[in-house]
Design a protein around this ligand. Structure first.
Ligand code: IPE
Ligand code: IPE
Ligand code: MG
Length: 260
């Protein structure tokens, strides 16, 4: 089987177009537990409050014309947490899917869930499939939830798929190109993120979109995720808009290439 070329420019093959409002925003929603602990609440209260911040952020991004919003909800490594916290996170995910899809539909938002979904209980997988099917025709913004997602898992499954679908790549590895891999990543339907945001004060990637973050602008804020809102999003976008994205070129080249 041959795959269609992906519709989006690779930042390492060509200099992509970009504008003041990021087309694709990817967020590590971190700090729910500390938000709760600082209020002497159980960690799960932070996760529940975090769902509200998700709602506000989805709406704010859609209003600002962001085309793709990607939220890291559960990493491949989050299974290492206590079993009761993992099960609360699963229940929250299920109830959010049950309650929020109608609103997404009303707002013209397409939902996608990426990650190793086979590990989830059947009820959750079924709700994900229904929500994706119901919102598939929406074009205003694509909201991607990364669940049981890991950047290394994504790269490995893409390589495995490429070798499975094009066995000749195993015999002639020099034919293995960027496109063979990037077109099989879980988010091949989206351009590379323009802006990465991590809340909660840590400055690390924690196995999020490893391949796609090659030239993404990184923004870190100390705010805990449950406190993140439209104003906090605007500060991140403002920081993004003030940056010079060079993609390997000199500043003079960038200035010459940008009219006005
Ligand atoms: C992010 O908040 C939510 C998930 C990782 C599921 P945390 O739960 O990691 O919150 P902190 O980092 O412990 O404060
Ligand atoms: C990253 O947060 C994953 C998600 C937000 C889903 P973590 O809280 O798991 O990251 P580490 O462990 O501090 O790196
Ligand atoms: Mg954390």
């Amino acid at each position: 089987m041959t795959r269609p070329m992906s519709n989006f420019a690779s930042s390492t093959i060509a200099v992509p177009d970009y504008q003041a409002v990021p087309r694709h925003v990817a967020i590590i929603m971190d700090g729910n537990g500390r938000w709760a602990t600082s209020r002497r609440l159980p960690r799960v209260a932070g996760h529940a409050k975090g769902v509200e911040a998700v709602r506000a952020t989805v709406e704010a991004c859609a209003r600002r014309g962001v085309e793709f919003l990607t939220l890291f909800a559960f990493s491949s490594e989050n299974w290492r947490r206590p079993a009761d916290e993992v099960s609360v996170l699963m229940r929250l995910f299920i109830s959010a899917l049950e309650r929020e899809v109608t609103q997404l539909q009303k707002n013209g938002i397409r939902l996608r869930v990426v990650g190793e979904l086979a590990a989830f209980e059947p009820r959750l997988r079924e709700l994900v499939a229904q929500a994706e099917a119901r919102t598939a025709g929406n074009t205003r913004m694509t909201l991607t939830i990364a669940a049981n997602y890991g950047g290394r898992w994504d790269i490995l499954q893409a390589v495995q798929a490429a070798l499975r679908e094009q066995p000749e790549l195993g015999r002639r590895p020099e034919l293995f190109c960027e496109e063979a891999l990037s077109s099989r990543l879980a988010m091949a339907y989206a351009p590379e993120p323009d802006l990465f945001i991590r809340t909660g004060g840590e400055q690390r990637i924690s196995n999020f979109l490893l391949w796609q973050l090659a030239y993404t602008e990184l923004y870190f804020t100390d705010a805990y995720w449950p406190d993140f809102d439209a104003a906090a999003l605007d500060r991140a976008i403002e920081s993004f808009a003030a940056r010079e994205r060079r993609f390997g070129r000199t500043s003079a080249q960038v200035t010459a290439a940008t009219p006005g």
